[in-house]
Design a protein around this ligand. Structure first.
Ligand code: DC
Length: 229
């Protein structure tokens, strides 16, 4: 369910959708947040939707590896997205805004198995699309440009070499756990991490965040100018 805009502000159907995809540790979240702030757009972290659903299942004692139970239970969960005029789209579970609890090692361990279940993806992609359809948003994830919103005006796939990604890994995830999660995310049958054919691949290895942000902000300016013609 999508909540009414919190501030009752206007929708921005006439503004761009920016897709930023990439694996964990590619710098995707940092870049996506900064781009949204610079370009005055909303920011949807789709990974947080998979994490929130995973946390809800763990709280209910559903084993993440039991795909049937995961599919059956996930339909009943009270997961909501609350977009504002700009800035982060809040993820709510049972009416509470989710934050750092989504980053726990327990959730990180379980999220790949949960996000590989087709019924889960169907449910969350529908939720994500409802928010992205408002326009004026940076959506980050694994499959935004390829599956969720292929019509995004700006489409980026961010990469970094494995050593740098391991160095950047935040939230206490070991390099081994991160590598395992990546293999699962890119090897799964349902919508694996993949580069959309028309995405611009940006390798962030050794580059300043600010520099990458400027590159994407320039693409947004060009896309906005294109819409106005
Ligand atoms: O970006 P993240 O590490 O918070 O994402 C958590 C997990 O969610 C990731 O291991 C795979 C899944 N995910 C996905 O399958 N599709 C997305 N668009 C975003 C995340």
């Amino acid at each position: 369910m999508i909540m009414e805009e919190l501030d009752g502000g206007q929708h921005t159907h006439d503004d761009v959708v920016v897709a930023i995809d990439g694996p964990a540790g590619s710098g995707k979240s940092t870049v996506a947040q900064a781009v949204a702030a610079r370009a005055d757009l909303r920011h949807l972290d789709t990974g947080a939707t998979y994490r929130a659903l995973t946390l809800a299942l763990l709280r209910q004692g559903v084993p993440p590896a039991d795909a049937d139970a995961v599919a059956a239970k996930s339909a009943d969960l009270a997961l909501e997205l609350a977009p504002g005029r700009s800035g982060p789209v809040r993820v709510l579970l049972d009416g509470s805004v989710m934050g750092e609890e989504l980053r726990s090692a327990e959730v990180s361990r379980a999220v790949s198995a949960v996000s590989a279940v087709p019924a889960v993806r169907e449910q969350l992609v529908a939720l994500q699309r409802a928010v992205i359809s408002l326009g004026g948003i940076v959506a980050e994830g694994r499959d935004i440009g390829a599956v969720v919103w292929p019509q995004a005006e700006v489409k980026i796939f961010l990469t970094a070499d494995p050593a740098e990604r391991a160095r950047r890994r935040a939230r206490g995830e070991s390099p081994e756990a991160l590598a395992l999660r990546d293999r699962r995310d890119s090897g799964r049958a349902a919508s694996p991490t993949r580069v959309a054919p028309d995405a611009l691949v940006i390798d962030s290895t050794g580059r300043e965040v600010a520099d990458i942000v400027e590159e994407i902000v320039a693409l947004i300016a060009a896309a906005r100018a294109g819409r106005d013609r």
